[in-house]
Design a protein around this ligand. Structure first.
Ligand code: GUN
Ligand code: ZN
Length: 433
């Protein structure tokens, strides 16, 4: 059975960082036809309706239909410690993060937080995330099970760490390899799940563990590998003392086989010219985490300098280091950081980053991230007048981008009218999944 969603539509024919805003396609009276969880047709309402005469029609009025948001770097186990006060990265990890992560050896706790987390992000219009779990395999099973119950396309992995953290969180090189491999075999490619090889970051892994995970990735090159890179200056100085022979931070990962086209590095704020050149050459992905980078005080990512030219760029909340689950709030923070660096990102660039850009960073742009035929039907409908403050500004808009921008800057979960995951409204814990 084909269903047609009616509304405004926003899709992308190209990358707006290289092609400008004309890379975007906006239809004032548009339609998306979906069948069997896949987008079949996108275009002007009357034309799509004429091409699918027997279809069921769902009229979403003036709402904006878009691909669901793709959050390219999150820590679901940090859901309950979001908005924790007063620390920078290393003491934030020790004070808030590690004690909370220690609770995830308990499958009941892991399941409860995984379900809570996924219901929160769906309510914010996010249909795909790439998540770190904890070092406990139970935390990975809990996450993939909760995502499967909602039929969400997700990527996740066991966060490997064998030093510089509480003993209860540490594994070993051998256990990191064996447990990651067992989880990869259980989950990679099962339904909409993808396993991601996940060393937390260089300071919490010994050279032996990084080497083991590099070997695991070499044996499973179709997997993504995610980790953190050059987030804070203190962290970079620490990496220098732990790996004195490495030429720079990226050089540590490179030496252990943890650099490649399917590598996804979170933050990547304080990069050297050599690192940028290597990342571009390899086609690795960097993930901009703007609310986290201001909240933890990490620095200002060079979006204008990096996008469109070299590495792939995604956008992410980095919850719970980030201060919001909303990709709208995250776009707003990316805009503000751009302003502080002397370049205002265009709304088309921000929206692209939160959808197709993040999907490209995760190498999922053949399946999700855009309203085009053949992609999976992860679709959101956005109310562009979701609060009186947003509505009164949208009413003054002269064009579509001016109409959208107040929602980018001031919107949150109240702007999300409808969410479709593979074509259907997802079942949540509250709806009895
Ligand atoms: N670097 C290593 N672990 C983390 C984490 O959990 N959050 C952030 N923001 N940075 C990290
Ligand atoms: Zn992170």
């Amino acid at each position: 059975m084909t269903e047609i969603l009616l509304g405004q539509t926003l899709s992308f024919a190209a990358d707006p960082f290289s092609e400008g805003p004309r890379a975007a396609r906006h239809e004032r009276r548009g339609a998306v036809a979906i069948a069997e969880g896949v987008i079949r047709d996108v275009g002007r309402a009357e034309e799509v309706r004429a091409r699918h005469p027997g279809a069921r029609v769902t009229d979403l009025g003036d709402a904006l239909l878009s691909a669901g948001f793709v959050d390219a770097h999150v820590h679901y186990p940090q859901t309950a410690i979001i908005a924790s006060w007063g620390k920078r990265l290393i003491d934030w990890l020790e004070t808030y993060t590690f004690p909370e992560e220690m609770r995830f050896g308990d499958p009941a706790h892991a399941r409860a937080i995984a379900e809570r987390y996924l219901d929160i992000v769906l309510a914010h219009g996010t249909t795909t995330v790439a998540s770190y779990c904890t070092s406990h395999p139970e935390s990975v099973d809990a996450f993939f099970e909760a995502a499967a119950a909602r039929n969400m396309r997700v990527a996740a992995g066991k966060t490997c760490m064998d030093r510089n953290a509480p003993a209860a969180l540490l594994d070993t090189p051998r256990r990191a390899y064996d447990e990651s491999l067992a989880l990869l075999r259980r989950w990679h490619g099962r339904g909409r799940a993808e396993y991601v090889i996940t060393p937390r970051f260089a300071p919490t892994s010994t050279p032996e563990q990084l080497e083991a995970l590099g070997a695991l990735w070499a044996a499973h090159p179709d997997c993504l590998m995610q980790t953190h890179l050059s987030e804070q200056l203190e962290e970079i100085a620490w990496v220098r003392t732990l790996f004195p022979d490495a030429r720079d931070y990226l050089g540590v990962y490179e030496r252990f086989g943890l650099l490649g086209p399917r590598a996804v590095y979170g933050h990547a704020i304080h990069l050297t010219e050599r690192e940028i050149a290597r990342l571009s050459e390899v086609g690795a992905a960097l993930v901009h985490c703007p609310t986290s980078n201001t909240f933890i005080g990490s620095g200002l990512f060079d979006l204008a300098g990096l996008a469109g030219a070299g590495p792939r760029i995604g956008l992410a909340t980095d919850t719970g280091g980030g201060s919001s689950f909303s990709m709208l709030r995250t776009m707003a923070a990316a805009y503000e950081i751009g302003q502080l660096r002397g370049h205002a990102p265009h709304p088309a660039e921000l929206w692209w980053l939160a959808t197709e850009g993040s999907a490209r960073a995760l190498r999922m742009d053949d399946r999700i991230g855009n309203l085009v035929p053949g992609r999976e039907a992860d679709i959101i409908a956005i109310d562009l007048r979701s609060t009186p403050a947003i509505a009164q500004r949208a009413d003054r808009a002269d064009d579509f981008w001016e109409m959208l921008f107040p929602t980018i800057m001031m919107g949150d979960d109240r702007a999300i009218r409808t969410v479709r995951v593979a074509g259907v409204e997802p079942r949540t814990a509250a709806s009895g999944a």
